[in-house]
Design a protein around this ligand. Structure first.
Ligand code: ASP
Length: 341
């Protein structure tokens, strides 16, 4: 393990998002325009930390338009810099709309020891109480912390530190937009220091192998009275599907034959649409219950939410995994017994 340098060095990589948005007076609507360098200018307090911060602008996009390929390119660059021991920490700034997904995708593709922090802002730099500078400062502090080494990808937001595998965006406008409903935060930043309270329960397997095969994986949400007629044609076009079921993993009984037929061809993963908790394995036995669906070949997502489950399945399929490899990967990722949910 490489020792942190003195003074510590952190690379801030800008991807766009509200943290980097400005608004023209004519339009009054925000678009990403600021570079990573511009973001640092708004945080004079960084000087007092003694951390040497360098920047790289990777792209300038709203979170909604980031692509899988871009995140994969970013992960490849980070892996290379990690193996050279180029920096003591990395911070990625981006739009919060997809932050809960990109951080998890990064955690699957980047498993270096160098801390990797993902952050953003809910209020653009020109608004009163803009939160970008505080989030960036806290993220740089965590990235440079020896305690963060080897913890995988972390999200730092509103002075809280979250595990990439468990964090959710839980509010559309509040500056406290992120939470980990199942575990709570791993730590906080107070008085300019990381205070680590817990460490992630599992570490994702490295997927640094080629993940170039095209894979179309959808998320389909169970909702009241849906008879499954829209779902069936989607399943025909998909290479894999995440079913965001009710509660612990339930769907209408009319979906059962459709899902069973699909699970014979492609991996179909059963997640919960609730936003917290896990899918179960054997508590309910009715048609369309979690037990029924797992018995018919679906794979339980456990504590992995539907969006993160989609990323895991996509990475697995892009790297050529078969159904048994998918099942084996979902068990530790969802913290479930043998991937059954
Ligand atoms: N509201 C978003 C943000 O917080 C916009 C985006 O994701 O780009 O950054």
């Amino acid at each position: 393990m490489t020792k942190p340098s003195s003074p510590p060095t952190v690379l801030v990589i800008g991807l766009g998002g509200t943290i980097a948005m400005t608004a023209t007076t004519a339009e009054c609507a925000a678009k990403p325009t600021l570079s990573a360098d511009d973001l640092l200018v708004a945080v004079p307090q960084l000087a007092a930390t003694g951390i040497v911060v360098t920047t790289q602008s990777f792209t300038a996009k709203p979170g909604a338009s980031l692509t899988f390929d871009e995140i994969e390119d970013l992960a490849a660059q980070l892996r290379a810099m990690d193996s050279q021991g180029a920096f003591d920490g990395f911070v990625v700034t981006q739009g919060t709309d997809t932050l809960e997904e990109t951080c998890y995708l990064l955690s699957l593709l980047y498993t270096g020891e160098t801390p990797l922090i993902v952050t953003g802002a809910m209020r653009a730099p020109y608004l009163a109480g803009a939160d970008g500078p505080a989030n960036l400062l806290a993220s740089v502090i965590v990235a440079a912390s020896p305690q963060a080494r080897g913890l995988g990808v972390l999200v730092v937001f509103s002075d809280q530190v979250f595990d990439a595998a468990r964090v959710r965006k839980i509010h559309s406008t509040s500056t406290n937009a992120f939470a980990s409903p199942d575990t709570g935060p791993l730590g906080t930043v107070a008085e300019g220091r990381l205070r680590l309270l817990a460490i992630p329960a599992h570490k994702p397997l490295p997927f640094s192998a080629a993940t170039a095969r095209p894979a179309r994986v959808g998320v389909y949400l169970a909702s009241l009275g849906d008879d499954g007629t829209l779902l069936a044609p989607l399943l025909e076009q998909a290479d894999g599907m995440i079913i965001a079921g009710f509660g612990v993993g339930h769907v209408p009984a009319t979906w059962v034959p459709i899902l069973q037929e699909a699970a014979e061809r492609i991996p179909v993963v059963l997640a919960s649409r609730t936003g917290g908790g896990t899918t179960l394995t054997q508590a309910y036995g009715f048609d369309g219950s979690e037990k029924d669906l797992l018995d018919r070949g679906l794979i339980g997502a456990g504590h992995l939410d539907p969006y993160k489950a989609r990323l895991l399945l996509t990475v697995l399929l892009r790297s050529g995994a078969d159904c048994s490899a998918v099942l084996a990967a979902f068990a530790p990722a969802g913290t479930t017994p043998e991937g059954r949910g």
